[in-house]
Design a protein around this ligand. Sequence first.
Ligand code: SF4
Length: 403
Amino acid sequence: MATPADAPTYFRKGFGLKTEVQADLASDYDGRLVDFLRANDYELTAGDVTIKLAREFGFCYGVERAVEYAYQARRKFPDRRIFLVGEIIHNPHVNARLREMGIEILMPGAEGFDFSGVRADDVVIMPAFGVTIGDFEALRTIGCILVDTTCGSVLNVWKRVESYARDGFTALIHGKYYHEETRATASQVRKYPGGQYIVVRNMDEAKLVCGYIEGTVSAATILERFRDAVSPGFDPAQHLQRIGVANQTTMLARESLAIGEEVGATIARVRGDAARAADFRTFDTICSATQERQDAVTELLREPLDVMVVIGGFNSSNTISLAALCGERVPTYHIDSATGIDPDAKTVHFRRVGIHHEEADRAGWLPDGPVRVGITAGASTPNNKIGETVARILATRGVVANV
Ligand code: SF4
């Protein structure tokens, strides 16, 4: 069925079917055990295991909205092919559920996304992270129906980066250059001719940039180290003069703040306070949901805990940030789903904290005797998966819980 020529093809507020999809969303993602924990001051003791849940965890407003719009799109267009530009969020369970609903997830190849199979009568959903300007233009050219679920907090970062490019500042983005959100954010500099960006992953990389500003690191080193993380034509001599700092919304807030301060202080040290005032800008663009989850887990870590379990996709940036915070204080297991815990074998399959893409298995991970287990979950983890995790932890000690 073709879309009439005068019909709208771009939607970013859903289709007015919120009520119609609520029951499906609740049955796919709500969790009774989490409801129980919430109602009992975020604590549950069974046998010699005490579970402590962080007070902010799991699905954020942006994820709830994106997933709901995908469900609305399926209901609105039951007979059309529906594609997703990459994963809607970084949660394996949610993405699998969307696939079961007949939504095809396009994955990028070495050259980015291939939209050659998308037709004008198809529906394409853009994820909560947003898409690059190039991908957006390609989809508009096809003329398909676009369901844009880009989170408002991501749009705020885009506006900031766009303003840097407009005013002749290079956007220095604290993020992961390969992450969908950061790729989309960095592409915003293209809205202005000559717009430039550089993506730094952590303080170590920020210090390299600062080293260049101070004259202790060469341009060749910068270009080699950041070859995948700078805009085309990036010239350190020209493009590290005026810098505006922004960040991927899900990074460790504390580190983002420190990076902004370090870059500003370096400019002031090398070129004086007037240069800092004229040629440096910084704005904390961590989203409030990420901040609240990091604050809540920091609060939880003040209590005596033997182990932390952090639930979320292994490629979920905000989950990785939560695990990094926990790993500083207590043995921490970042699992991507409840099935990472095997109650019979008493093992856990987890991503090592702070080690890129390294997964491991551990037997006997739950200490013997009375044990206090802290739990949190990334912004893309639904409550039923958190509840299943709690049930498996209890089952490891022979306690059966009703999820
Ligand atoms: S983590 Fe923040 S920016 Fe990302 S979808 Fe959630 S609310 Fe939006």
